[in-house]
Write a protein that binds this ligand. Structure first.
Ligand code: MLT
Length: 332
């Protein structure tokens, strides 16, 4: 009788443990990266994959597909939105067309340091932008790569003033704020997908582009570009997104692991930038890139751009007060 009671008790315990045990099933996710391996996108994605594997005892595996293998950065937002792709790491400027309020983060000359980029993305403003992006684009931002200021490169000549830009064909992403920024500086830039940019520069379809030092190095742009100008008009942030429909299909335990891994990978990304950017800049100079500062401490650049571009995009980012609030949070 005693034995029977013990067996029944053991069965009940096993059954209730099964009910409360984390529901983690083995699965393999796909993650698209617009950049080549070795840059800030790769570092964020790789760290996320490692952390997620640790948190799920190896049950969740993430395969990384760099170099735009799974489509242009903007395509990956569409594909994730309809549940055809799990994850993507891409530049925030390529999310803006699907979720206009994140344009706040690409408003020129707003963010002036990596610390400011972290402050905006990790505080209330960042939380609101994540919610808006789920609503507008069907994707959830679960982490951030902090990639550094976008500097201008070109193959023709040193550029120090906006006048020096005249006659240069500069590639920009398909992003209205960035197009308007160059127009305010007096030229009509050429919108081109990121995955086509190296070839465009190599074949001389375009003369220049802007992206952070670590990205320039990962993409080997130094092989087709010589001159760099530290224009610092946009601090590049590259979110890690997950398809919202795929996120919602996960068990609460997997969702928790995904969110935690994203947060931890973000912390790592910030440190990676601090520890890597200077070295990469020196390496690019040693490989022959000529780096200059904008003349006049950037005054001419900043005034031409902010006076025209900011008012033009107030309504798309949700009103002037959104920018005012961001500036206030940054102490300006
Ligand atoms: C772009 O210029 O389209 C992107 O910022 C590139 C990137 O994702 O690194």
């Amino acid at each position: 009788m005693k034995l029977l009671r013990r067996n029944v008790l053991a069965m009940v315990t096993a059954f209730s443990m099964a009910l409360t045990a984390p529901q983690l099933f083995a699965q393999t996710f796909k993650m698209a990266l617009g950049d080549a391996a070795g840059g800030t996108q790769w570092e964020l994605g790789k760290t996320f994959a490692e952390k997620l594997s640790d948190k799920t005892d190896g049950k969740a595996k993430v395969d990384l597909f760099p170099n735009g293998q799974l489509g242009t950065e903007q395509d990956t937002v569409n594909n994730a939105a309809i549940g055809l792709l799990d994850f993507s790491v891409l530049a925030i400027n390529n999310v803006t067309p699907f979720s206009p309020t994140v344009g706040l983060l690409t408003m020129p000359y707003v963010i002036q340091s990596a610390e400011e980029a972290r402050l905006l993305t990790q505080g209330d403003i960042g939380k609101e932008l994540v919610e808006n992006t789920i609503r507008d684009a069907g994707v959830r931002i679960i982490g951030w790569a902090y990639s550094g200021f976008r500097v201008l490169t070109n193959s023709k000549r040193p550029v120090k003033t906006p006048e020096d830009l005249k006659g240069l064909v500069i590639r920009v992403p398909r992003n209205e704020i960035m197009i308007a920024s160059y127009q305010a500086l007096g030229i009509n830039p050429t919108p081109m997908a990121w995955s086509e940019t190296f070839t465009g520069l190599q074949q001389g379809v375009v003369d220049g582009q802007d992206n952070p030092y670590i990205t320039i190095s990962a993409m080997k742009f130094n092989e087709v570009q010589k001159y760099v100008t530290n224009i610092r008009y946009i601090f590049s942030m590259e979110p890690l997104i997950i398809s919202e429909s795929i996120f919602q299909e996960q068990s609460p335990e997997m969702q928790k692991a995904i969110l935690e891994a994203g947060q931890e990978a973000t912390v790592h990304s910030f440190d990676f930038l601090q520890n890597t950017e200077d070295r990469i800049k020196k390496e690019l100079a040693a490989k022959g890139m000529e780096i200059s500062e904008p003349a006049d401490n950037e005054k001419a650049w900043i005034e031409s751009v902010t006076t025209v571009v900011w008012p033009k995009f107030y309504s798309s980012i949700g009103g002037k007060e959104k920018l005012d609030n961001a500036l206030k949070q940054l102490g300006r």
